[in-house]
Design a protein around this ligand. Structure first.
Ligand SMILES: [Zn+2]
Length: 268
């Protein structure tokens, strides 16, 4: 079985995790820029982080023959100080045209605040200005439905935006339909505690499985999360009777189709 892990925060994982991913059939990981568990105190902290994502992490992944791609942005949790966030945004273009960068992400809303919304919209514009793909984080449970609606409403303010180049991640049963109906891609995140378990994810695939605009990911980071959540979902798919061609589409071809729109070159 081959698969792509389309959302993993590998800077917070060990080499053991890379080894386990490789042994489970992972061919590529995609790593969005995110909150590091604490607020960075300087713009230079973000510069170093973007270098780590684009220069150092691909070398770690390569030790296990896994391709590594990244997304660059300032995340919503650190967007509450717009002046600071705008200084970080000025750093982003120099990273966007690196050969292993997929686009701008994961941007979005966390607490659905005004400042988050402003910085989100500015980064959507940045992505459009530089012809980049967009990866969107949707808020946690209590704010998810409202935050997803707000996100889609804001995206509709950009008439030149192609929804086929936007992934809205962390969808759940109550948000997936509106994301797909609006023409965007939808990401299902598999988490041991919050977010979605593999059986719930497969329930969603059974209901919405015709779509070619879906991917699943572990979103593993420094918190309680499981870098092998995707192989566990593959087992669940087999148990439910999905054939190997359908599984390959969900866990390999779909993510590949989305990321290839960025123009990244991956020799496989
Ligand atoms: Zn994430």
């Amino acid at each position: 079985m081959r698969y792509i892990e389309p959302h993993a925060h590998m800077v917070s994982r060990t080499m053991d995790d890379y080894q386990a991913l490789a042994m489970a059939g992972c061919r590529a990981v995609c790593e969005p820029a995110f909150w590091a568990g604490f607020d960075r105190s300087s713009v230079a902290g973000f510069y170093d982080y973007f270098c780590q994502l684009t220069e150092y992490e691909p070398k770690r992944a390569a030790k296990y023959h896994i391709a590594h791609f990244s997304w660059i942005c300032i995340n919503p949790k650190e967007a509450e100080d717009p002046a600071f966030a705008r200084e970080v945004i000025q750093l982003i273009p120099q990273f966007l045209h690196k050969e292993n960068v997929l686009g701008v992400g994961e941007i979005g809303l966390n607490k659905n605040s005004k400042n988050e919304a402003a910085i989100f919209q500015e980064q959507v514009q940045l992505a459009l200005d530089h012809d980049q793909l967009i990866l969107i984080h949707t808020p946690h449970l209590e704010d998810k439905l409202k935050g997803t609606k707000l996100t889609i409403d804001m995206l509709r303010q950009f008439p030149q935006l192609d929804p086929g180049r936007v992934m809205i991640d962390h969808v759940e049963e109550h948000t997936i339909q509106q994301v797909l109906d609006a023409g965007f891609w939808a990401g299902i995140t598999l988490y041991p505690e919050s977010k979605c378990t593999p059986p719930r994810a497969v329930d969603m695939l059974e209901r919405f499985g015709d779509t070619n605009r879906l991917w699943m990911n572990s979103a593993c980071d420094w918190g309680v999360s499981d870098p092998l959540a995707l192989p566990k979902a593959i087992l669940e798919l087999r148990k439910r009777g999905f054939d190997e061609a359908a599984i390959d589409r969900f866990v390999y071809q779909n993510p590949l189709k989305f990321i290839q729109q960025s123009g990244v070159i991956w020799e496989w």
